[in-house]
Design a protein around this ligand. Structure first.
Ligand code: ADP
Length: 260
């Protein structure tokens, strides 16, 4: 039951107005459908850990007295599922905050930002991680969110690669803008999936990676943060294997450089 204004023979301006109004209605409609889908996905994702926790709580209530050996296993399950739920809720909060956020974009040293993230991440992941590129690359952006984007990309590169496959971060100035590329030699992403991985809750064929936990929200957050920084992000195949995530940020305008 879509509302549509009739578009009678009218002066051009009126026709144009009616057409734009119909387009606006369509956008509002699409947005409402997406919101419903999002809420239903979020509820569904939260339900799984909650159900597991309830099952184990009941098990503990009924059986713990007679079977003390199940106690520590059940408590471990409850702990793991609670962590999963916390991650999901944290991601949902980050998404909803980023929805409303306005960032102060300032001249930012991308090499220093990448160096900070690489140092932190190298201690957390198994794969060898190295930084390459130009000695200094200035972009207009928000350093905190740029570090958040890089952290998410490196975390994913590590998650979807074997423990020995090297990961590289490359920072350089290009004619198209200031660029950070994260390359891995992991599973790779097929062309038809590349278009979808930035969608909320989207995960590529989880059957191929049943042991890798995730929410499908990481790259949705990345996409929002990239937008807030007025940048772009794209995915390319890496050679001989794996993926490259290419983040491009605006240069610092000449006027801001002088005032610095
Ligand atoms: P998740 O929590 O599932 O990791 P993301 O939003 O971060 O969610 O990523 C969405 C999906 O994109 C992942 O489930 C995975 O299938 C795919 N993906 C993301 N990064 C990579 C990568 N570096 N290599 C291969 N697949 C990836």
């Amino acid at each position: 039951k879509k509302m549509a204004l009739p578009v009678p023979a009218q002066p051009v301006e009126v026709q144009e107005l009616a057409t734009s109004f119909n387009e606006l209605l369509q956008t509002v409609n699409d947005h409402a459908v997406q919101e419903r889908q999002f809420t239903s996905n979020a509820a569904h994702e939260l339900r799984t850990p909650i159900a597991a926790i309830l099952t184990h709580v009941q098990l503990l209530k009924r059986r713990a007295a007679e079977h003390p050996e199940i106690v520590s296993q059940s408590i471990d399950y409850i702990g793991e599922e609670s962590v999963r739920m916390k991650k999901l809720v944290d991601s949902l909060l980050t998404l909803s905050r980023a929805d409303r956020a306005v960032l102060k974009l300032e001249p930012t040293d991308l090499v220093a930002a990448a160096q900070a993230v690489v140092t932190r991440e190298a201690a957390l992941i198994k794969q060898p991680l190295t930084l390459h590129g130009d000695p200094t690359v200035l972009a207009l952006g928000d350093i905190e969110s740029i570090e958040q984007i890089l952290t998410a990309l490196i975390d994913n590169a590590a998650k979807y690669s074997s423990a020995t496959a090297p990961i590289t971060v490359d920072v350089r100035s290009t004619p198209a803008g200031q660029r950070i590329t994260v390359r891995d030699q992991g599973l790779g992403i097929s062309d038809d999936q590349k278009a979808h991985v930035f969608e909320r809750f989207y995960r590529v064929d989880t059957a191929r990676t049943p042991e890798i936990a995730g929410t499908g929200l990481g790259l949705a957050i990345v996409a929002q943060l990239v937008n807030l920084n007025r940048g772009t992000i794209s995915i390319k195949d890496n050679q001989p294997r794996g993926s490259q995530f290419v983040l491009t940020l605006p240069r610092v305008p000449q006027s801001e450089k002088i005032s610095e």
